[in-house]
Design a protein. Structure first.
Lengths: 300, 300
């Protein structure tokens, strides 16, 4: 399972029951949160996402609609008795904002809060099964995008043939890496007899709040699914530039330039009650586009 | 019109679609906000309360469930183009928490944010038509309650008799103060001919989060309506003491000791899905009790 669930899809001013930005990306047993606007903890409850499974939170930038839900989430996790470390990747100033809030409340969290300051582009989290990278985007203040990449072994077990050989399950990981199996009697079982080529790992890129920037397409090149903000419809391109945001059409252009498979758009301005035109306009440039609707999980 | 509208009635952990604490008190053309838990700006939208009418916000204490909605509200008021000053009365540390958030966002509010530190009990706001007092309550950290008192002139115009006399409307305020009118020809119109005794001003006290404390009854003596927290049912009195909170029955006792007319209870623990027992238990001690239900306006 590799999917993204939308918790908030609106820009700064909440409107029409749309909430400020937050998403959770589920990759097998891991749940990553990206941004955490006000009300995110209530959205987690509403959509029945277990807070305890979130170990990593990525905050793109320090505009309130992307993190004002974080203090409440941190506090509630403490009240719920969380014990695992919670890792927060964010612009450096966040730590100095959050700690005084906890101090003023005389809060003693039963778990450790680990802040990681985003300083340069590259891999920020590297696991056997996934990696997370950050990249700079162009916004009014320091702002970061993220790419979550699934890592897959080059081979996977051929369930039809593996039962013909007496290979201990402890060796399966080595088989997935392409190794042959040598039995205790010296017989060699060639890897390709018991494995097949794996599909490549998928990837999800989150472009945060950004000005239209063709250089961005290079940074997210070939990701499976791209999330790009589309604050305004195409007729308000001037306003988008002025506010360091993008339009529907610009989001589609970046997806096309990046050769991504699927595009998800969000961060809609509270000017718009209906979102239909966002979909129509963006699809004209990039047909495989979907609206980031709250509560919906998009499979990557 | 003098009434309080409940925006959030739950304790720290949001549950069952109940929100953290916030209330707005409407007194004629003034709207005062008391506490501002996470999601308050969305609750204002939901219940169609005009944010622009709020000029004074009172924050009882710096536990997140009482003010984590404030940064979002402050920011949104800016985006909406507010120009009037916004006055915030709160424990002194709040200013040092809010300003760094605005700085990190490079936010330039189009209105002035005026912080007033709560330091001693007494009148903090004094107007011709109302006054607001603060008083200390006993909680785990510094915590304040508030009393909003309507001020009324001693007399009001007798609409049935006033038309018999030729008194200019500009003199009506003096009539309400009890003065006689002296006509240009020297005729004296005695005050009691054109006015009647006014009803006394009403008052609303908000007791914030507090341990059961009989001294509190003295501080809120004779208010028209008392809001007192009731985090737990009576069987959890030990837990209430341990956490510096009160029970249903304790809230009722304070109302009885204070000789208040009406009691409103709230700040319910997320342990409880149904609130029926809160009402039953409290009414046994103080019959004129109501549950602080979100979205409901209680007339004082």
């Amino acid at each position: 399972m590799f999917g993204v669930t939308i918790l908030g899809n609106n820009s700064a001013l909440p409107a029409y029951d749309r909430h400020p930005t937050s998403q959770v990306v589920t990759l097998n047993d891991q749940v990553f949160m990206i941004d955490c606007g006000e009300g995110t903890q209530m959205q987690l409850s509403k959509y029945k996402i277990r807070r305890s499974r979130i170990n990593y939170i990525f905050i793109s930038h320090l505009h309130g609609d992307h993190y004002f839900g974080l203090p409440g989430l941190i506090t509630s996790l403490g009240l719920l008795g969380r014990e695992n470390h919670l890792h927060i990747y964010a612009p450096e100033a966040l730590k100095g904002i959050i700690l005084p809030l906890l101090f003023a409340a005389d809060a003693h969290l039963p778990y450790e809060l680990v802040f990681h300051a985003l300083k340069e582009e590259g891999v920020i989290l590297d696991d056997e099964r996934y990696s997370v990278e950050c990249f700079a985007v162009t916004h009014r203040i320091e702002c970061w995008g993220f790419i979550i990449r699934e890592k897959k072994k080059p081979r996977k077990i051929n369930k039809e043939t593996i039962t013909n050989y007496n290979i201990p399950a402890t060796f399966y990981e080595s088989l997935k890496d392409g190794q042959d199996y040598i039995a205790p009697n010296g017989d060699v079982i060639k890897n390709e007899l018991v494995t097949i080529a794996n599909t490549p790992g998928k990837s999800y890129a989150y472009c945060a709040d950004t000005l239209y920037d063709e250089g961005l397409a290079q940074k997210v090149k070939n990701v499976t699914m791209l999330y790009h903000e589309a604050t305004y419809l195409k007729d308000l391109e001037d306003k988008a530039v002025e506010r360091f945001h993008s339009t529907s059409v610009q989001a589609g252009k970046i997806a096309a330039l990046a050769h991504t498979k699927h595009l998800l758009i969000g961060h809609f301005s509270s000017k718009y009650e209906s979102l239909d035109d966002f979909l129509t306009e963006t699809k004209e440039v990039f047909p495989d586009t979907q609206l980031a609707i709250e509560g919906v999980t998009f499979f990557i």
